[in-house]
Design a protein around this ligand. Structure first.
Ligand SMILES: Cc1ncc(COP(=O)(O)O)c(C=O)c1O
Length: 434
């Protein structure tokens, strides 16, 4: 193969290393990618936590094509198109509680920044503009916008970029010495939510706009919430007039067997973000849902006034709306969320079967998500994770590794034979590690 140019500055990638051994995919179908060299690779990450119904869903690509011919673009600033309104209605049918209004954007990062801005503006329009601080969580990933970087709980994502918003972080509600290898939501750890009360004592509720957490920490290592933890965060936020935001960019659209994880976990936040699976990954799109009282707070001024000075050129882009409507049809017609529910118990058994393999220090799972922590090679953090990811890829399975953690989130159409292949391949890779 001719060498790749360095003109494409690749995101979250060691650019120089990539060009020495590039992973180039030219097509995808169902559970598989095909490389430029014609090799099939099993996708154990649903692209990047987004292709929930599997690759190459024709109903979605055809809907995008038809829309591109019919209406290439219209702004949503003081004009619009019918599909955006239909999509809002269809999505709200899937949200639990009174999460009844939706703001469209183009990515998870934009959804997070939008949610944080809505939270501050909500307090502002109600005369509580001093509520500016956010509380998030160590290990949380919330995209790469300034808001998302500020609330991020992953040091290497923040440290090069200097000071950002005022944010405090709760700890990951997980103690490996108590909860290692727990299956699903750990029974212990709800008490970690009390740290929020301490932070409120420190800063005063009148300075805090919102708490933002992923209901399940995703790319930071798949940490399901301990039983009772999210309920307690909900109670504390409600008692202090603090908004609770769930970042569901990974968990929405079926990961936990329901449209939104908040439904599966039984806790309704005030604001929910989503993206990724919204279009099954086919076109960039994100969204922010707000509960009735949040929306109502903005709808009280003069009717001729713009209620929120926020939006994107491509908010509710016609191609994205067409893709999302078609994705919702696919999820419904192919019963994708029910498939996830059916797959979850076998998935749990399969990932935990790796417990006794070399270097496995912990395994966590919930829904169709899992993480396997490896004991790092002394003095060489990430070496084992990287080596394991590479040998899985060489053996035909794409897995994501973050430092020494293997992250798994396959398309929800995965069958037993795919799960077997993932587990067997990972097990062989672990046995070959030094
Ligand atoms: C929980 C969460 N929030 C936000 C984002 C950012 O989404 P995007 O990469 O679409 O901007 C991600 C991406 O993985 C995510 O996992």
């Amino acid at each position: 193969m001719t060498s790749l140019s360095d003109r494409f500055w690749m995101p979250f990638t060691p650019n120089r290393r990539f060009r020495q051994d590039p992973r180039l995919f030219v097509s995808a179908d169902g559970m598989h990618y095909r490389t430029a060299a014609g090799r099939e690779v099993l996708d154990s990450l649903a692209g990047l936590w987004c292709v929930n119904a599997g690759h190459g869903q024709r109903a979605i690509s055809h809907a995008i094509g038809r829309q591109a011919e019919r209406l290439d673009f219209v702004s949503s600033f003081q004009m619009g198109h019918p599909d955006a309104f239909e999509l809002a209605d269809r999505l709200v049918e899937l949200t639990p509680g009174d999460l009844n209004h939706v703001f469209f954007c183009n990515s998870g990062s934009e959804a997070v920044d939008t949610a944080l801005k809505i939270a501050r503006a909500y307090h502002f329009v109600r005369g509580e503009g001093s509520r500016r601080r956010f509380i998030s969580r160590i290990g949380g990933y919330h995209g790469v916008g300034w808001g998302g970087v500020s609330v991020s709980g992953i040091g290497r994502h923040r440290r090069a970029f200097g000071p950002a918003l005022e944010v405090d972080h709760l700890r990951i509600p997980y103690d490996r010495s108590q909860s290692a290898f727990s299956r699903g939501q750990p029974p212990r750890g709800a008490e970690y939510a009390e740290e929020l009360t301490q932070l409120i004592g420190l800063h005063d509720a009148s300075s805090i706009a919102a708490v933002i957490v992923e209901p399940v920490i995703g790319s930071g290592g798949v940490y399901p919430p301990p039983v009772g933890y999210l309920d307690r965060l909900r109670e504390i936020c409600s008692a202090h007039g603090i908004l609770l935001i769930f970042d569901e960019v990974i968990t929405a659209f079926g990961r936990l067997g329901t449209a939104f994880a908040c439904e599966a976990l039984g806790v309704i936040p005030d604001i929910v973000t989503c993206a990724k699976g919204m279009t099954n990954g086919a076109v960039p799109m994100g969204a922010v849902f707000v509960r009735e009282p949040v929306f109502a707070a903005f709808m009280s001024g003069a009717e001729r006034q713009i209620e929120l000075f926020h939006g994107y050129t491509y908010s509710a882009h016609p191609l994205a709306c067409a893709a999302a409507l078609a994705a919702l049809d696919v999820y419904r017609d192919q019963k994708i969320f029910a498939r996830a529910r059916a797959l979850a118990p076998a998935w749990e058994t399969a990932v935990h079967s790796l417990r006794d393999e070399p270097f496995v220090a912990d395994i966590r799972n919930v829904g169709v998500l899992a993480a396997i922590d490896l004991t790092p090679l002394p003095g060489e953090p990430a070496a084992r994770g990287t080596a394991c990811g590479q040998s899985c890829f060489d053996a035909g399975v794409l897995v994501r590794t973050s430092s020494d953690t293997i992250l798994l989130s396959p398309p929800l159409i995965a069958e037993a034979k795919h799960v077997d292949q993932m587990i067997t391949t990972i097990s062989r890779a672990l046995r070959a590690l030094k």
